[in-house]
Design a binder for this molecule. Structure first.
Ligand SMILES: [Zn+2]
Length: 136
């Protein structure tokens, strides 16, 4: 069965939502952004359908985030937080409870919101009056 670029693009759109709601969002390179990129990743491999390709892509993105220590429990289970959710059958599973918690693209609805970016900390670039300028 031929997988279309549109199917892949749709899958990437959903996957990017799941990545964007976690701290992995800052590591864009971990996720392919175009259908062509996905095809390049798996050059020479063929997949039966979009579901099996999706499972492979999600698994590899997850593995990449863990292997590079971006997040070793990506995406962290919202129920237990100390283990990742696993993706199969088009859903994110908590294996401990044996339940599907969300579909691909559904993590923003079940994960806690990201903490705000740390506010700007003034560094050594604080403007000071020039020495001597006040004495003249
Ligand atoms: Zn869990």
């Amino acid at each position: 069965m031929e997988i279309s670029d549109q199917q892949i693009a749709h899958m990437l759109e959903l996957l990017s939502r799941d990545v964007a709601c976690t701290k992995a969002a800052r590591y864009r390179d971990a996720t392919p952004s175009t259908a062509q990129e996905v095809r390049d990743w798996y050059d020479g491999l063929s997949f039966e359908n979009i579901e099996s390709l999706t499972e492979k892509v999600v698994g590899d993105v997850q593995q990449g985030l863990m292997d590079t220590y971006v997040d070793t429990t990506w995406p962290a289970c919202p129920r237990h937080s100390n283990h990742p959710l696993w993706f199969r059958d088009d859903s994110w599973y908590c294996e401990r409870d044996g339940v599907a918690l969300a579909q691909l693209g559904g993590l923003p609805e079940i994960l806690p919101p990201l903490p705000p970016e740390p506010s700007h900390v003034p560094g050594p670039f604080v403007r000071r009056p020039r020495k001597g300028s006040a004495s003249s």
